[in-house]
Design a protein around this ligand. Structure first.
Ligand code: ZZB
Length: 342
């Protein structure tokens, strides 16, 4: 309050929540007048139940809507404090003001548990591929549940172009119990968030079956929904963020510059990244799924090539992503699937 210029001797008055109704409006009015705004101040009034006329207007409106069956009590997603057991709105936060709710679509890529052994002859950081997921103790805990890597995406319409899945090799993941029939792999942070969104058995309760590092997932075969390939592989990406989405990224190199350039890196430096040819080569070049007016039908490939982006560490990738995003999302026409031609 001091920073806003409220005199110290006046600050205690705000202990009465109504005080601000009388303190701020005259200041805002003065500012607007100074800016030369033309406002008919005779028509201004205070809202909230402090003003009985306004209050009865709102009551009348809501009672009428209720009578018409237009008002329902329900839940919505919001930023919530687990510690306080209540929603934590913008001004209540010590940090993170202005952060809103971001809705992601979760994509379940099923781990092909019966095929993992086909990859176990290959090593990643000295450990056979899929060793942790093949551990008999873990399999006992997993029981008959199907196991999925759950990727967070803002572009579910691009799933027809999935060629692989990316994880951060050094990131921490877990296998979390979702129900009696499913378990999901994601970051613990995402599991917690999903548990509070009632996606798991019991609201707010996270049951972890096993800890994993991203490197434990590299090379693991998956079945990705709507992908043209029956089997795709889990691959490493340097820039996967631990605190975004689920920490698992499904990859669409035709329409995501990050996904395309990472795949090219992996293909070029297979030894360095400890990648097998059959995890990457059959999936390139990408298949077109969206046609755009200015970038053709492989928008990410065109932009990466035109901008001469040379690797997954290139600083211009956010710019490339922005260009492809705008073009594909707003002007793209689907070439495949249920919405082809739209
Ligand atoms: C599939 C996909 C296909 C994506 C596409 C993009 C594009 P934004 O807009 O910056 O919020 N993503 C999700 N989680 C992570 C993570 N933990 N670390 C790094 N990247 C992550 O980005 C949202 C996108 O970032 C998501 O949508 C996901 O990749 C990735 F054709 O999923 B997307 C031009 C983009 N095209």
């Amino acid at each position: 309050m001091k920073e806003m210029g409220v005199p110290t001797e006046d600050i205690h008055k705000f202990a009465d929540a109504l005080h601000w109704l009388y303190y701020f409006p005259p200041q805002v009015k003065a500012d607007m007048q100074r800016m030369g705004m033309s406002v008919d101040w005779r028509r201004s009034f205070i809202t909230t139940d402090v003003n009985p006329y306004y209050d009865s207007f709102v009551r009348w409106q809501f009672n009428l809507l209720k009578k018409l069956n237009k008002v329902k009590f329900g839940e919505r997603n919001t930023i919530y404090s687990v510690l306080d057991g209540q929603a934590c709105m913008d001004h209540d936060r010590a940090s993170g003001e202005g952060v809103g709710v971001q809705e992601y679509t979760g994509i379940k890529l099923q781990v092909l548990l019966d095929d993992i052994h086909q990859e176990s002859q290959y090593l990643v950081d000295g450990v056979p591929v899929g060793q942790k997921l093949s551990d008999p103790e873990f399999r006992k805990k997993l029981g008959n549940r199907k196991l999925y890597l759950v990727a967070g995406t803002l572009r579910p319409e691009t799933m027809y172009g999935q060629t692989n899945c990316y994880v951060g090799k050094k990131l921490d993941y877990g296998v979390f119990e979702v129900s009696d029939t499913e378990a999901w792999v994601c970051t613990e942070r995402a599991a917690k968030n999903m548990a509070w969104q009632k996606l798991f058995k019991e609201k707010g309760v996270v049951v972890k079956l096993m800890d994993l590092k991203g490197s434990d997932l590299v090379g693991v075969p998956l079945s990705a929904p709507h992908s043209p390939y029956p089997k795709v592989y889990t691959l490493p990406m340097e820039k996967v963020l631990a605190d975004k989405g689920t920490g698992v990224v499904t990859s669409v190199p035709s329409d995501s510059p990050d996904d395309y350039i990472t795949m090219m890196d992996l293909i070029k430096k297979k030894d360095y990244y400890q990648i097998q040819a059959h995890w990457v080569e059959p999936f390139m070049p990408p298949k077109p799924i969206i046609k755009t007016p200015n970038l053709g039908d492989l928008a990410a490939v065109k932009v990466v090539t035109d901008m001469k982006i040379n690797g997954q560490g290139d600083q211009r990738l956010p710019e490339a992503k922005e260009i492809v995003y705008k073009e594909g999302f707003y002007q793209g026409v689907m070439l495949v699937g249920k919405y082809a031609g739209k």
